[in-house]
Design a protein around this ligand. Sequence first.
Ligand SMILES: *[C@@H]1O[C@H](CO)[C@@H](O)[C@H](O)[C@H]1NC(C)=O
Ligand SMILES: *[C@@H]1O[C@H](CO)[C@@H](O)[C@H](O)[C@H]1NC(C)=O
Ligand SMILES: *[C@@H]1O[C@H](CO)[C@@H](O)[C@H](O)[C@H]1NC(C)=O
Ligand SMILES: *[C@@H]1O[C@H](CO)[C@@H](O)[C@H](O)[C@H]1NC(C)=O
Ligand SMILES: *[C@@H]1O[C@H](CO)[C@@H](O)[C@H](O)[C@H]1NC(C)=O
Length: 351
Amino acid sequence: MMWLFLFSGLIAHTGKSVSASCQLQMNPPSVVVRYGDSFSVNCSSLSNQTFGMGWESTDSGTGLRKGVSSITLDIDAVKKWMIEPQCYSTLSDDTQCLTNLPVTVYKTPDSVSLSQLSEMGPMVEGRMYRMQCDIAEVAPAKNLSVYWYKGNEISFTDAFSEPSASPVNKSSFYNVIPKSGDNGTQIWCEAKLNFLPQGSRKQSKPYEVIVLYPPIFDKPANETVVVSAGEKILLNCAAKGNPLPKYSWHLPKPIQQMHKNRNDNQLILTQSLQFPGNYTCTVSNTHGTKVKYFTVTEAPSSHPGTTAGILMAVIFVSFFILGCVVYHKQKNSSVTSPESLNRGAERLNVT
Ligand SMILES: *[C@@H]1O[C@H](CO)[C@@H](O)[C@H](O)[C@H]1NC(C)=O
Ligand SMILES: *[C@@H]1O[C@H](CO)[C@@H](O)[C@H](O)[C@H]1NC(C)=O
Ligand SMILES: *[C@@H]1O[C@H](CO)[C@@H](O)[C@H](O)[C@H]1NC(C)=O
Ligand SMILES: *[C@@H]1O[C@H](CO)[C@@H](O)[C@H](O)[C@H]1NC(C)=O
Ligand SMILES: *[C@@H]1O[C@H](CO)[C@@H](O)[C@H](O)[C@H]1NC(C)=O
């Protein structure tokens, strides 16, 4: 440090400062190093008028070495969170050149964990919950990214504006408004220093979300069920919900020939023609109640009596028209023998 002050004073005194010929090249140009690890950097002067070179650093320097155009800084073990080595050169005309080496000293987090989960319990659909992720002893926090996963997707990314270069504890908060479909989904957080590769990320244990929500019908609309003779009727009232919903049915009249399936969510009517009317299914759990209406009607064309009636009417009309035609023809040709009339009638009867 002392040397640095002298050096600055020297620049001020000589009145000569950094000029265009002052070109110092670092290899590598910047350093990212884990706390406690080693690194080495080569600094070379691009001027052919170089008189001497040196490295100045808080814990180790090289001093001025005359007659060299490149000089290497070797640090065995980084033991400070903030280091700013500087490479300098002196040219033969007394020009002083100085370049800082950017160094990032890092430490990956000791732990990443979700906290205060015990206070959370099951979540209620539509309410907001604040989740907390604690990242212990990470440096530098300004380069920390926290990813919140819901299912397998990143749903929130957090960053920090932390001036300290030494390790700190950080907490990230994520607001969740659960939907019914989120029941059973896992939420976790992940911390990563963003200059490190994917492999260096650290994840919290996942938290499995339980969402309480009112019943939702699988098929939401009211249904009109048209039945033909002999068919069974299936009224499907199945709904999702947490806790599991209970079903109750309201029937137009007491019915003997019916079953319910195991969950009560389907009503099966046999002998369909006896049961037209309005059926109501009520589904409820601790978070709500939903009602679905079924209208059961008979298919008109499927009634055997009606079909036969229509058929007979059609036949009757055909016969009538045919009879008229035959009669008309006979009248025009002036054939009035009762035989031919009888034949016509016979033909009608036979057809
Ligand atoms: C430093 O760089 C210079 C110029 O690229 C090269 O000549 C020299 O050998 C290097 N020194 C070390 C120790 O890598
Ligand atoms: C760390 O973060 C700062 C501020 O966002 C950024 O300028 C710097 O380049 C980052 N360091 C590295 C090594 O990526
Ligand atoms: C971070 O938290 C741990 C545990 O609570 C504590 O021991 C440590 O001192 C904290 N570190 C900082 C930098 O505050
Ligand atoms: C909600 O999720 C829990 C945990 O995965 C599961 O046991 C339960 O059956 C689910 N409930 C519903 C209604 O999806
Ligand atoms: C079902 O019918 C009832 C009563 O007619 C009505 O209040 C309700 O809005 C209908 N629901 C749907 C989803 O159409």
